[in-house]
Design a protein around this ligand. Structure first.
Ligand code: COA
Length: 220
């Protein structure tokens, strides 16, 4: 069967794409995790952070030039038991336009970015996300790799993928979040005023997000 989106290209984001990507991010995340969203502001400020990696900032573009997907990566790190640090990656926001979701575009953005990330020499990715979206992309519970938060927890939403098999084997690791993700919510609310108004609403998926983002996996 012909893939109706086979003509979608994955390419690096350019400066002329910034506004369109932020509008897309807002549409993709609106009311998904909480009423409204702030991820479009995150996309707006992330690009200026020193941890942001422009080479791993990709858009999915239709034949007519519209952007229907985006993924952004930042540098972050793991700290081993002996205090040694391993530079790794995290990604987000990851957005696919609501009209194009569940048709493999997110998968293409991720598979493409994994290849490029490995070629840049990165050996692992740690994210916080809904496992339903990521286990098919090779992510597993952080607990399987001995990767915990600084307070020793294994959040259910903290997922790990090795880009280089065995890169994390034989050690316990602490994941340190990049400061790039610590943005100001008041500034996000102000930024949102630049966009056409959309109604903030409760949706059942927000409860799933709450449960997943507060759940932890037991050791063993
Ligand atoms: C999450 C998101 C990026 C996924 O992109 P997408 O293009 O819709 O996803 P894909 O079609 O590539 O599917 C990716 C995987 O999701 C899962 N999936 C796809 N359709 C699904 C469905 N109907 N129900 C449950 N899981 C599904 C599958 O595991 C699939 O991988 P597979 O095809 O190899 O089995 C997109 O839905 C989105 O932008 N959502 C809103 C914003 C968001 O939540 N971003 C991620 C933050 S963690």
């Amino acid at each position: 069967m012909r893939d109706e989106y086979s003509d979608i290209r994955i390419e690096n984001e350019s400066q002329g794409d910034f506004d369109e990507v932020e509008a897309l991010t807002r549409k993709a995340f609106w009311n998904v995790n909480v009423p409204g969203c702030e991820e479009h502001y995150l996309a707006h400020v992330l690009r200026d952070h020193e941890d942001f990696i422009p080479e791993l900032d990709f858009v999915a573009r239709t034949a007519d030039g519209s952007i229907v997907g985006n993924v952004m990566y930042t540098k972050t790190k793991l700290v081993g038991e002996d205090g040694g640090e391993m530079p790794i990656l995290t990604f987000g926001p990851l957005s696919v336009h609501p009209a194009y979701q569940r048709r493999g575009i997110g998968k293409r953005l991720l598979e493409h970015s994994f290849q490029k990330a490995a070629a840049l020499g990165y050996s692992a990715i740690v994210i916080f996300g809904d496992p339903g979206n990521y286990v098919a992309r090779g992510f597993q519970s952080c607990q399987k790799f001995g990767v915990s938060t600084p307070d020793g927890k294994y959040p259910a939403a903290m997922l790990v993928k090795e880009l280089c098999a065995g890169a994390l084997a034989g050690e316990k690791w602490v994941y340190l979040d990049s400061p790039a993700y610590a943005y100001d919510s008041a500034a996000a609310a102000e930024f949102d005023k630049r966009f056409e108004p959309m109604k903030k609403e409760w949706q059942p998926g927000q409860e799933i997000f709450y449960i997943l983002s507060h759940a932890v996996v037991q050791e063993g």
